[in-house]
Ligand binder design. Structure first.
Ligand code: DGL
Length: 258
């Protein structure tokens, strides 16, 4: 038993799609969710910058006495995870490994941010567990700002999704991994575009399963009330307003400012 909270971070609201999956299967854990809204978007930044931002967040979360940290961001998972893992003595989870280990298809698509795609971490990580797999990667840079502005289910997001997903039309993929945690916000529109025969994967789902197993095996599970604390590096009220207005994820949470 360990009642300390779990630290989780992203550049903005994207990581909430991961937090939602964690809360579903770990209702007795407390979480500190850190949104780095001062530096969003991460997806077009250099590795050096992403490492710098992630280091500061990890140190902040450690100072709040978290027991483990979840990188709920595909870009930071791609570019900063190896550095963080090497330099901090606290268990750190990224969103790539759990899906890389569990994917069984032979021909898949992945959509992610520009920096994440350019890093080639997705292909490298997947081929560690399955070398016999065709991977088609596409960067979708406009989806993060659209998600942050609450423009899902609009004409403009539909046009962009159509444009990006056109790349997969003749590739015969059987699964599409949403490699940026903002993308599940467009889940319905992506499904509409690709049809029901393609399995669309929210990376938060395999992560949550692995993560729960890890907490259990390490005797780190808690029996708390499921409190969620939100931190934003930029304007806190603007972030909370966005959450309350555009996101139904808050149903689970009790908010407070540290
Ligand atoms: N949600 C993040 C990711 O998974 C960050 C996107 C961004 O800030 O560009 O990559």
């Amino acid at each position: 038993m360990d009642s300390r909270p779990i630290g989780i971070f992203d550049s903005g609201i994207g990581g909430l799609t991961v937090l939602k999956e964690l809360v579903k299967i770990l209702p007795n854990e407390d979480f500190i969710y850190y949104a780095d809204t001062k530096h969003i978007p991460y997806g077009n930044k250099s590795q050096k910058q992403i490492i710098e931002y992630s280091k500061n967040i990890v140190e902040f979360l450690i100072s709040k006495n978290v027991k483990v940290i979840v990188i709920a961001c595909g870009t930071a998972s791609s570019l900063a995870y190896p550095y963080l893992k090497e330099h901090y003595n606290i268990p750190i989870f990224n969103i790539i490994k759990p899906i890389a280990q569990s994917i069984k298809d032979k021909n898949i698509g992945i959509i992610a941010t520009k920096s994440s795609v350019a890093s080639h971490v997705w292909e490298n990580e997947i081929s560690k567990y399955n070398s016999n797999i065709n991977i088609h990667l596409v960067a979708c840079p406009v989806l993060v700002p659209l998600a942050e502005k609450g423009l899902q289910n609009t004409f403009i997001s539909k046009q962009y999704i159509k444009h990006y997903l056109k790349e997969f039309k003749d590739k015969n993929i059987t699964s599409l991994i949403l490699g940026c945690t903002h993308y599940p916000i467009f889940y319905e529109q992506i499904t509409e575009e690709l049809g029901n025969n393609i399995n669309i994967i929210n990376v938060g789902t395999p992560l949550a399963i692995d993560f729960k197993k890890f907490l259990y095996d390490s005797s780190l599970l808690a029996n708390n009330t499921g409190n969620i604390t939100y931190i934003a590096s930029g304007n806190y009220n603007a972030f909370m307003h966005k959450l309350n207005k555009r996101n139904r994820l808050l149903v689970y949470s009790v908010c407070q400012i540290i």
